[in-house]
Every structure is written in C-alpha cells, then in structure tokens.
Design a binder for this molecule. Structure first.
Ligand code: FES
Length: 167
C-alpha cells in the first residue's frame, strides 16, 4: 500500500478518533476521498490494523449501510429510486431507458440493489429503495445531486451532460 494512502488514512483516523460513531465517519471519509468512490480492501485492512478493530466489525458496518461500496464506481453515477411512489410515477421507464442505451458489464437483469457500470467505466447505474423524497417522485440522484419529477426528456438532457463531461 502506498505511503501517501497510509498518511491519508492516518489523518482521517486522527480527525475522528474519540468521536461518537468514529468508525462510521472514518469509513465515509475514506470512501469520499477515493477517486472511484469505494472502499478498497487494502484501505480497510489498514484501518482495522491502526484502529485495532476486527475486520468483521468493519465489514458489518459497510454491509449495513447501502451508501458504502466495495466495488469501484464509474466516473459518473446515477441512482434511480425504485420505491413505491417513484415506481408509480415511472421510475422503471427511466431505468429501462438507461439500460437500453448503454452497454453495461455484468447486468443480470434484476432491479433490486442494482450496481452496474458501463464497459467504458463512464457510468455506474444503481437502484435505491427510497430517497425519502417521495413527494418529488420519480427521484434520481446524479453525481450526488437529487433531481425530482424526472421524465425521459430530462433524463436525456442529464445523460447528454454526463457524456459531455467525459471528453
Ligand atoms: S419512493 Fe422514491 S423517494 Fe421515496
């Protein structure tokens, strides 16, 4: 593991040590600092060693919270809500549109807990159970920004912007 990465994690540990929910904060920062927004195994093992925490406890936290990821994301990420309110307002159509227009690796066809990335690694597509913004259904999140009342035309514009950023 690179010294630079070790130093970065040391800094994160120092920042959170002694705080309530320290481990959760440390994991959030490690993921946020990763350019592919995930938690690499080597970082987790280093964190476990430095904080004297059993790796099983760390993995327990990661698997409990859906915003943690153990696999790298593409350069852009779209999460589509598949909760009841969003489903009723057409979120499935949004999901299908993206799936039909991009080539994804490992797409086995299901919708629940979807996490797929395009072959060019530009776009990750995820599904979530509910953003807690049901009044704005259908809701999607694009690179951390929430959009409500999304229709196909809005989605096309968002995808165009993402493709523009790739170049
Ligand atoms: S069901 Fe989509 S935000 Fe709640």
């Amino acid at each position: 593991m690179e010294d630079r990465l070790k130093k970065e994690i040391d800094g994160i540990i120092e920042k959170h040590e002694g705080n309530h929910g320290a481990l959760l904060g440390m994991l959030e920062d490690i993921q946020k600092n990763n350019p592919h927004n995930y938690l690499p195994e080597e970082s987790l093992l280093y964190l476990a060693e430095k904080t004297k925490t059993p790796p099983s406890r760390i993995y327990g936290i990661i698997t409990f919270y859906s915003f943690f990821s153990l696999v790298p994301e593409g350069r852009h990420c779209i999460s589509i809500c598949r909760g009841t309110a969003c489903h009723t307002k057409g979120s499935k159509k949004l999901l299908d549109y993206i799936r039909e227009n991009y080539r994804f690796e490992n797409d086995t066809g299901g919708d629940a807990k979807l996490f797929i990335t395009t072959e060019d690694r530009n776009l990750t597509l995820k599904t979530v159970a509910c953003f807690g913004q049901c009044a704005m259904a259908p809701v999607i999140e694009v690179d951390g920004k929430i959009y409500g009342g999304v229709n196909i035309n809005m989605l096309k514009d968002i995808l165009k912007q993402i493709e523009g950023k790739q170049k």
